[in-house]
Write a protein that binds this ligand. Structure first.
Ligand code: HEC
Length: 111
């Protein structure tokens, strides 16, 4: 029993570590799917929207960016990158809690 728990701890720690090295924050997949983020964004190629890497590069060193982006992710806001603003959460897949918006923005900024 103890050995099994120890095994699990090792495996979990190892996979967390790999995800951390490969992608910064690990992807909050359920939220990303529910909110259809990848419908308009990709990690590294601008498409219908700026790539998450462009966004991360742009905001990484701006201390106020995180709360602004969380607010925008939940309620929408004016466009910063072009003429098309991002639709608010309710139009993308359902309302988004402050906690979930925080998780998503942290993940985007770690790309
Ligand atoms: C319907 C298409 C669409 C979907 C779905 C979408 N986005 Fe966007 N997103 C955009 C567009 C277009 C922009 C550029 C808006 C602008 O010019 O500020 C954008 C901009 C952003 C920005 C930068 C905002 C800024 O003010 O610079 C972030 C962060 C972002 N998206 C994250 C996400 C995340 C996370 C999801 C999923 C929860 C998501 N987006 C889903 C279209 C989309």
């Amino acid at each position: 029993m103890i050995a099994r728990i120890r095994n699990c701890l090792l495996v979990c720690a190892a996979s967390a570590l790999t995800a951390g090295i490969a992608y910064g924050e690990s992807e909050p997949t359920a939220l990303v799917d529910q909110q259809h983020c990848m419908f308009c964004h990709t990690r590294d190629a601008p498409f219908l929207a700026p790539s998450f890497q462009q966004i991360a590069d742009h905001y990484r060193n701006m201390p106020d960016a995180q709360p602004m982006l969380e607010h925008k992710l939940r309620l929408g806001g004016k466009a910063h990158w072009g003429d098309t603003p991002m639709p608010p959460a309710a139009e993308r897949g359902g309302p988004l809690s402050a906690q979930d918006a925080h998780t998503l923005v942290q993940w985007v900024l770690s790309q």
